[in-house]
Design a protein around this ligand. Sequence first.
Ligand SMILES: Nc1ncnc2c1ncn2[C@@H]1O[C@H](COP(=O)(O)OP(=O)(O)O)[C@@H](O)[C@H]1O
Ligand SMILES: [Mg+2]
Length: 396
Amino acid sequence: MRIAILSRMPRSYSTRRLRQACVDRGHQVQVLDTLRFSIMVEKDEPELFYRHRRIPAYDAVIPRIGASITFFGVAVVRQFEQMGVYVANESIAITRSRDKLRAMQILSRHDIGMPPTMFVRDKDEILPAIRRVGGVPVIIKVLEGTQGVGVILAETEKVAEAIIQTLHSAKQNVLIQKFVKESEGCDIRALVVGDRIVAAMRRRAAVGEYRSNVHRGGSIESVTLEQEYQRTALRAAQIMGLNIAGVDMLESSDGPQVMEVNSSPGLEGIENATGIDVADAIIENIENQVLFPEVDLKQRLRLTGGYGIVEFPVHNMPDLEGKPLRETGLADRNIHVMCITRYDSVIPNPRADELIHTGDVLLCFGDLHELRGMMPPRPRRRRKGSKTGKKGPTKK
Ligand SMILES: Nc1ncnc2c1ncn2[C@@H]1O[C@H](COP(=O)(O)OP(=O)(O)O)[C@@H](O)[C@H]1O
Ligand SMILES: [Mg+2]
């Protein structure tokens, strides 16, 4: 295969290791400086130039996009996608993970532990937000910080409020997050490649420091992850749509809490801590995936006109409940059930004799008109907080 690694730092540990892994596995590889591309947008023919020349046909691209060049870097990755080249991490997924708030919002709809987090703008909302996440000491985070810069532990409400107001006046967006004390300056980094965790380590903050980033003097050790931590890391990467990801989790008394999901995880720390050849695992995964470049599903489906993918829970649908799939009449209505979610398990491509249960969630592809016709009257949305009477905003 012909593989391109997009990196601004050809001599960095991660880039060198990925390059070597490509060579060792018999591929042709080039490291290309992300900022030296020109993107040409023209009718019917997306193109890329590198140092004034049209690029050759690559089979796969490995993006290593640093935070400082996110916008341009992601545009280059997106251009490769438009040209039908397989990319190891999709541009949209890189964008999602780069913004900590956006990432947490996306994860929060799923069963993924995370530290309670608030995002506010009005100064009168700051104090209530601090209290709502559990009070001081509290963590304040600049939205696009990396390497621990922009993560502040504030001990008192006064100080926290002052810091947040100062950051606001400097036009910085900040998150207010519960300080997970019991993690004691440690966190877990799980390296996900495809659908498995290839390596994991625990990072320990230096004495007198609460941030465990290696750049902040943290130390590292290999760790075997408990099942709950494995599940959380894998799911978080999947939900973000990242094929290669470094998932950071705090060890809270309630189990794993995801802080961030990195789309260009460094290899040096994790390979040194574990002795595992992560670079090789990444290239092996690319070999297996390269036949199937990402498709923009929504874009493609819109082109089919009148067809779409919908997901719905089975409730008040006597045509479906308790019947095997073949007797539901779905096939006759030009509706294909792609997947059934039942409690924690997922049944992909269910067979014709699969029984549909009440409460199953069906993911279907089909004629939208037919699909609309099947739906029971819209139920009133149940508010999650109303269960406990605790979580919802108080009415004024
Ligand atoms: N809510 C929290 N509770 C306790 N420690 C935290 C919390 N959030 C971050 N930390 C510590 O600070 C470090 C950096 O935070 P993180 O959100 O990963 O920012 P960055 O992108 O700068 O690495 C983490 O690795 C962890 O050690
Ligand atoms: Mg981090």
